[in-house]
Every structure is written in C-alpha cells, then in structure tokens.
Design a protein around this ligand. Structure first.
Ligand SMILES: *Cc1c(COP(=O)(O)O)cnc(C)c1O
Length: 452
C-alpha cells in the first residue's frame, strides 16, 4: 500500500515530455482523463503487489486509452459476404458522384431552404422532387428520413383513428424490430386484417369495406417468400375496388427498384413505375436498398396526399438532411442519364459478369497461394428479392476453427467480414469493392500466414 502512494500524481505525469506530446494531439482534458483512469486502474491491479509499475507501463496505458477514445466507433469494413445490400453493413455503398455531391454540400452553405430566385425562404422538399417526378412520372414526391418513418407519416397523417386494411400475409417483420402491425398501431390507425396467412381473395377486400376503411395498405414481403398453396389478387383489381369505394391504396414497396431485375437472371422485384402505373395513390420505399442511394424514405404519389403529408408536424420530425438530398439527387441523376448499372455500386455488383468475378477469385487464390476457387451464390439482400440468388465464384479456405479465423478477420484494422459455408471460410469477390481489393489481399495474406 505504501508503495502505491509512490505513484506519480496527475500533475507530475502531465510534465512528462511524452505526455506533452500526447497532449498536443489529443488536448489537455482528454489526456488528463486518460492519466486519471490509468492511475486508478494501476492502483486496483497492483493492490496486492508490492512493487509499483514503471512509468513506461503507465504511459502505454495512457496512450492506449487515448487512441481508443479518439478512434471513431463507426468505420469502413470489407464486405466479402456476397450479400449486396447487407443491412448490418450499411446497405448501399454510394457512387463516387453521390459522395462528391455530399462532400460539396457538407463543406459549405447551400440553398437547402433558400430560394435563389427571390432571395426568400425556400423549401428543402423541392430538391429531389423534380428528379423523382421526371424519373417516375409521379405527380409529387416527398423524401423523409427512412422508409419506416415514411410509412409512419403516411398512416399518421392520413389514417389516424381510421381503419386501414392489410392482408395477413403481409404483416411482416423486416428485422431490427420493424413490424408492420406495430407501426400501424403507433400511427393510431386501426388495423383490419384480412385473408389468411397464405391466401387472400378480392372478396376479402370487398368485405373489408364494411369497416369503413380509409385505405388499403400493401406491404412488400421483403425477406421471405411464400410457396405452395398461395394466392393474392392483382394490384389493379385491388385498386379498382379501392377507387370505386373512394379509398386510397398505399404501396409499401420496401426496396423499390427502378430497373427490371429479371434482366440479370433474378426474379421480378416489383418496380416503382409498375405501382404508379397501376394507379397506387402513394408508393413508398427506401433510398438505400435497390435504389442504391443514401438512407432515405421516398414517398411518391398524388399531389393532394403528398401536400397533406408535407404539412403534417411529424414530417418536420423525420425530415431529411442536406447530405441525403445531395447524395440522393446525384443517385437519381444516374438513372435519368441511363448510367445506373455503370455508376451505382449496387447495380454494378448485381450486373457484374461471372467471368470477372471468377478472374478475381482466381487472382486471390494465386496471390495467397492457398485455398481454392469454387462455385457459389450471392444474394441481393436488403429486403428485396427474398430467396433469389446470383451465381458467383467464391475464394474458399479450408481451415481448422473457422469461427476463430472469422474473428481474426473482423479484428483486422480494416475489418473483413466473410462467411462460413460447409466448414470453410468463403469470400465473395462480388461485394468486395475494387478499391479495397489491394488492402483485402494484403491483410488476408498477413492473417493467413500466421495460421496456414
Ligand atoms: C426495408 C423495409 C422498410 C423499412 O425501410 P427503412 O428504410 O429501413 O426504414 C419498410 N417496409 C418494407 C416492406 C421494407 O422492406
């Protein structure tokens, strides 16, 4: 105990030349806090010991705390899973043009809510709206924080204390706690469930009219597929019942594709254009799923309804920021210029030729002089095309204790996220960004050299 009293004081440590160096990087308050914490820890650890540690021991501790605190918790990772829209890994990577647009807007002031024509207050809503109208032919558009908040806003503004009809087969949970029935309850709308788990008929919609609903809601099944004895009426027929009864049809598309996915050997993901052409009054979808842009909730549809949504107080609470509007506009422009498959990473990955993927997997195998190249499957993910896969080529390594190796990969400075398939670790080149490929192979080489 008496020995511990001999530990230097905070003030004394602050005079140390190395600590002064740290202070110039991290500032005095943070450095002082790191010293205090390190002294506390040292006192606890050494209570039962007789000797006190060297100053260098304390310095290492201090430095470690500081660098930990100063490292942002959110950081880039390499996605080698082959899941293109990996929700836990941040969904859609953005196009370079979108990033630049966000950077330019972030660096300075902008006309976010300023009308440059008349020098008066403008509206942030106009920025992506024109592009969305041009692209989809929608009468009006509104961009909010994300699609969950889009659904919440629509139901709160239009269906509070009113009945909304939804098929039982669409009462989905999309993960992360978003359950369609819960969001409906939150909005104050009364949920009218119709049909059965596997089948829903037009007559179910007709009968539901007795409840005097304000809307029919359709929700994309996002992450599961129904097979077997199932049926669902066509949208145009549901719409015709809705419009005859004077109620609105809301289509929560979830992912919202603007490009036909069957072109790439995938199943058909409902497109935004299809819903609007069928006559849906409101369509909503995410900005960072198949659209390939920043996180956003995009609502398209009838002018009168969108105007109501814009005026609702909740719209202010879930409004989108300037970066999103800049990034989203740049992303939408790719579609207008017909260069989406070339410029938007999500579509580049979906349309990546198999030969190119195979060449990359072969290169990895050669470079590491280990593992083998096998056939495999990539998935689109992100609540779109459930059950659909794209043929791919995987770089695979057979290894003892693959879980421990996966952990090592995750702990890499630039974390690598891979997956296990049949007790092997597999890496899918499809989702590894070309820019990250060099660091990827270098890191892999270092990690594997200690194991193989
Ligand atoms: C993904 C999804 C949502 C939620 O979208 P976020 O942008 O993640 O909030 C809502 N509905 C459906 C059908 C979805 O697939």
């Amino acid at each position: 105990m008496s020995e511990l009293r001999a530990l230097p004081s905070v003030d004394a440590i602050l005079q140390n030349e190395d600590v002064k160096g740290l202070m110039s990087i991290y500032g005095r308050p943070l450095t002082t806090e790191a010293i205090r914490l390190s002294l506390d820890e040292t006192r606890k650890t050494f209570q039962s010991h007789h000797s006190i540690p060297e100053l260098s021991f304390l310095l290492t501790k201090i430095q470690k705390h500081l660098s930990e605190w100063a490292t942002p918790s959110i950081m880039p990772v390499i996605n080698a899973t082959g899941v293109i829209l990996h929700t836990n890994l941040g969904r859609a990577p953005l196009s370079l043009t979108a990033i630049r647009a966000m950077q330019v807007i972030g660096q300075g002031y902008s006309n976010l809510e300023f009308d440059l024509e008349n020098g008066k207050r403008g509206s942030r809503y106009i920025h992506a709206e024109t592009l969305l109208q041009q692209l989809t032919g929608a009468e009006a558009a509104l961009v909010v924080n994300n699609n969950a908040s889009a659904v919440l806003l629509i139901l709160t503004a239009l269906a509070r204390r009113r009945a909304v009809v939804i098929a039982r087969s669409q009462l989905i949970e999309i993960g992360g706690g978003f359950r369609v029935p819960d969001v409906m309850k939150q909005s104050g709308a009364r949920l009218i469930e119709i049909g059965t788990t596997n089948r829903i008929h037009l007559s179910d919609y007709e009968q539901a009219l007795e409840e005097n609903p304000v809307a029919f809601l359709r929700a994309h099944r996002s992450n599961f597929r129904m097979v077997g004895f199932t049926s669902e009426p066509e949208v145009k027929d549901i719409l015709s019942i809705a419009h005859k009864a004077g109620i609105i049809f809301i289509d929560d598309l979830g992912s919202g594709a603007l490009i036909d996915t069957t072109k790439f050997g995938l199943g058909h993901e409902p497109t935004i254009q299809e819903s609007l052409q069928a006559g849906a009054d409101l369509v909503c979808f995410s900005g960072d799923k198949l659209l390939g842009g920043p996180q956003a909730g995009i609502i398209l549809g009838k002018m009168a309804l969108i105007t109501k949504l814009k005026k609702h107080p909740l719209a202010r609470a879930i409004r989108t920021d300037k970066f999103t509007l800049a990034g989203l506009s740049a992303t939408l422009l790719h579609y207008l210029k017909n260069e989406a498959e070339l410029e938007i990473p999500v579509w580049r990955m979906i349309s990546m030729p198999l030969e190119q993927i195979t060449t990359r997997a072969n290169n990895w195998q050669k470079m590491l002089n280990a593992g083998e190249v096998i056939n495999g499957l990539s998935t689109v993910g992100g609540g779109s095309l459930p059950g659909e896969t794209l043929p791919t080529t995987l770089f695979s390594i057979e290894i003892k204790n693959p879980q421990a190796v996966l952990k090592k990969l995750r702990n890499n400075k630039l974390a690598i996220v891979a997956r296990i398939q049949n007790d092997r670790i597999v890496f899918d080149p499809r989702t590894v960004l070309i820019e990250q490929e060099e660091v990827f192979t270098r890191s892999l080489k270092t990690i594997l050299s200690g194991i193989l």
